[in-house]
Design a protein around this ligand. Sequence first.
Ligand code: 13P
Ligand code: SF4
Length: 305
Amino acid sequence: MDQEQLKQRIKQLVAEKNALLMAHNYQRDEVQEIADITGDSLALSMEAARTDKDVIVFCGVHFMAESAAILAPEKTVLLPRVDAGCPMADMVTAEQLRAFKAEHPGATVVTYVNSTAAVKAESDICCTSSNAVNVARSLEAKKLLLVPDRNLGRYIAKQVPEKECVCWEGYCPTHDRLKVEEIEKARAEHPDALFMAHPECTPEILELADHICSTSGMYEFAKSNPAQKFIVGTEQGILWRLKKENPEKEFILPSRALICPNMKLTSLEDILSCLETMEPRITVDEETREKAKLTLDRMLAVPRD
Ligand code: 13P
Ligand code: SF4
């Protein structure tokens, strides 16, 4: 089958199975192109909870499909590539988190959605890159444990100096690779460009940013800002929609290393196969799911900006 035939067959099966095809902003271009909805982790989780479709095909990484399964247990959640994990999510286990909590009794645990269901279940509240600061500010606690991303954690800590923050030492290998010299070089070559960065980048990179936001925040910033050029401090997949929505603007990826191999695993063939077989299906055991859902519900109840 060529690409067009593949896409047609996928569309047919999506309709037949009453499915919703979701793609994270880092997915391959052709996957984003065929998706019913694209978005950041927060938007996709919320849509999964809201949709009246029977089946969710989640083109992203494991923790994202797991969040959909936590929020929408009555739906069939499919992850076309079961091996598409997030290395950062695997940098803390529930057992390690229990030990961390024991070292800091009384602290409130704020866990980035890039985490397993078991880790969420051990937490007090979740956050995403788009609401992390709001979530931290909304809490009465004076001491926060920020898990698992040390970069997002240090970013939050800077925004809420009134709280004591202790960060877990996890990180995103893709964002952590971005170097200060690469930004300086891009800035020197494009002095009129604004630099937008994802909070998973290191503090040294964030120091250089004109705007720090989630992946979807970048679409809003690029569209609403009159600047014509943007240096993009996040994964390469975001370029497809940035360029599509702003054909007159220029987007510069400052490093060739900004590719998440896990996000790039899912192909059209994988999507077709998962719709044909209704596998691999992502489920979460009920006890873990209920506890993890509480942490996501608390996050969703925090007012947005
Ligand atoms: P967003 O929540 O901004 O989509 O980020 C998810 C992610 O995995 C970033 O690496
Ligand atoms: Fe995980 Fe980083 Fe890939 Fe996002 S870009 S899924 S945080 S490894």
